[in-house]
Design a protein around this ligand. Structure first.
Ligand SMILES: Cc1cc2nc3c(=O)[nH]c(=O)nc-3n(C[C@H](O)[C@H](O)[C@H](O)COP(=O)(O)OP(=O)(O)OC[C@H]3O[C@@H](n4cnc5c(N)ncnc54)[C@H](O)[C@@H]3O)c2cc1C
Ligand code: SF4
Ligand code: SF4
Length: 425
């Protein structure tokens, strides 16, 4: 046993994606002595977990878990964080990769104190993508209160406008640089871990479920943002059409998942997510009726099974085994009717509710934009790890649909695989 954590490092590791998986790989590798470049395309770290209201099984706010990781990063000089950054090109092979990384301009430098004066004078508003476009933010903004790095961003949409100049003039710290330009940097690394995560499946592609056509149909990730105190409705779950609290909510499970026309696989997490969402609704609306339409309910492992059992005790949560075939809207009330065949009784079920939540699945980021490296993917876009070849590995949800715990385990394993690549040089 030794307390010396400066292992003989030969070369560096690049981690692409700063979600919970990328953070884990980066920290685990750095804490045993390796130099790590953490490349994240967003202006902040944390990935999708940073968008959740609470996370199961403990239902704690994600900020507590993320904060610990951010502190470990701050305390570790071996990790170099590059935000607003994307890999453009990868050459070479295991043990010796040449990587070109593009850094997009933030227009705000490290002198930023997060005082907010720039946002106060900025009149332009831009769509708030952190909240899935459900509200707007100022053209000069902090992505969210606990964002790391804690530094404002100027939207490229205001650059060249009077607003940008007003922001610059308002900043007493000389932190705004309107001349910032995109630049490239070349890095040599021995191994690359791709932790590029997932995107919510595009619900507008599921024609029969009415998303985008009817106001009161939202997705599970939109519900996460609505339930979050820093979300578009300040933590209130409200019907988009009239801002009223819903008295009844239906969840449509497997929305686009386990369907050959969309995502043929099970997304692993969306049953648990809806059970968690039932607790969000119950907390706010003690009398609300909650209908969960499912094909199979998947609550893997003992803890999740316990969670499921607890929700089942609620007499106003109804589980209906049946695939939803269609939804329709009453144009006057904007209520939504969900139609399914009950697989147990064989009867056709029609349930009218105030609001519908689609439990859409996770699609790997690489399914829609292949990564600029020689990687193998399965037919759904998840990275297949080739441990024989080594050198580059997919971690977390870039590799398979997973919860945070499994993503962390997988990401820790990939830190080890990356280290082995360097040790074998
Ligand atoms: C509705 C819903 C609720 C959920 N709730 C829970 C829960 O309560 N508990 C739980 O355990 N799990 C939950 N999950 C699952 C959880 O979100 C995932 O396990 C987790 O996000 C996986 O983290 P990741 O780092 O692999 O991917 P991500 O969180 O997607 O992070 C990937 C990161 O990579 C970045 N990136 C992508 N492409 C590039 C690129 N080319 N270059 C640079 N950066 C890139 C992204 O910007 C992002 O920051 C939920 C999922 C859903 C759908
Ligand atoms: S950029 Fe300047 S004005 Fe804006 S928050 Fe940072 S320090 Fe304050
Ligand atoms: S986790 Fe549940 S809702 Fe999600 S795809 Fe699997 S069975 Fe369907």
């Amino acid at each position: 046993m030794t307390n010396d954590n400066t292992a003989p490092a030969s070369g560096s590791i690049m981690v692409v994606g700063g979600g919970i998986s990328g953070l884990t790989t980066a920290i685990e590798a750095a804490e045993v002595g390796y130099e790590v470049f953490l490349v994240e395309k967003n202006p902040y770290l944390g990935g999708r977990v940073a968008q959740l209201n609470q996370y199961f099984p403990k239902l704690c706010p994600p900020t507590c878990g993320l904060e610990i990781n951010f502190r470990r990063i701050k305390d570790n000089p071996r990790i170099r964080v590059l935000t607003l950054a994307e890999v453009e090109k990868v050459d070479g092979g295991p043990g010796a990769y040449d990587v070109t990384v593009k850094l997009n301009p933030r227009y705000v430098n490290e002198k930023c104190t997060c005082c907010g004066d720039c946002a106060a004078v900025c009149e332009a508003e831009v769509s708030n993508e952190y909240n899935f476009g459900m509200n707007k933010s100022k053209g000069a903004y902090l992505p969210f209160e606990m964002a790391f790095p804690a530094r404002f961003v100027l939207s490229p949409q205001i650059i060249g406008t009077d607003d940008a100049q007003k922001c610059k003039d308002a900043c007493q710290y000389g932190a705004i640089d309107l001349e910032m330009e995109a630049k490239s940097m070349d890095l040599q690394v021995g191994a690359i871990v791709w932790a590029t995560g997932w995107e919510p499946y595009d619900a507008t592609k599921i024609d029969n479920l009415g998303f985008g056509q009817y106001d009161n149909i939202v997705t599970n990730m939109m519900l996460e943002r609505m339930a979050s105190p820093n979300g578009p409705t300040a933590g209130n779950i409200l019907r988009p059409s009239d801002g009223k609290g819903p008295e009844s909510v239906a969840f449509v499970q497997c929305a686009g998942s386990r369907d050959e026309n969309h995502l043929p696989y099970c997304s692993y997490i969306c049953c648990m997510a809806s059970l968690k969402h039932a607790t969000y609704i119950r907390e706010r609306y003690p009398e609300a009726k909650i209908y969960i339409f499912y094909i199979d309910l998947r609550a893997p492992g003992q803890r999740y099974e316990k969670f499921y059992k607890k929700i089942k005790e609620d007499e106003n949560v109804f589980f209906i085994k049946g695939k939803v075939a269609e939804v329709s809207e009453d144009p006057a009330s904007k209520n939504v009717t969900v139609v399914a065949e009950n697989a147990v009784t064989g009867e056709k079920v029609r349930q009218t509710v105030d609001m519908v939540v689609l439990a859409t699945g996770m699609q790997p980021t690489a399914a829609n934009a292949k990564l600029p490296a020689e990687l193998n993917y399965n037919e759904d876009g998840f990275i297949i790890n080739d441990f024989e070849k080594g050198g580059m590995f997919g971690a977390g949800c870039a590799n398979k649909p997973a919860d945070v715990v499994s993503s962390n385990q997988n990401a820790t394993g990939m830190a080890l695989k990356a280290i082995q690549t360097l040790a074998r040089r």
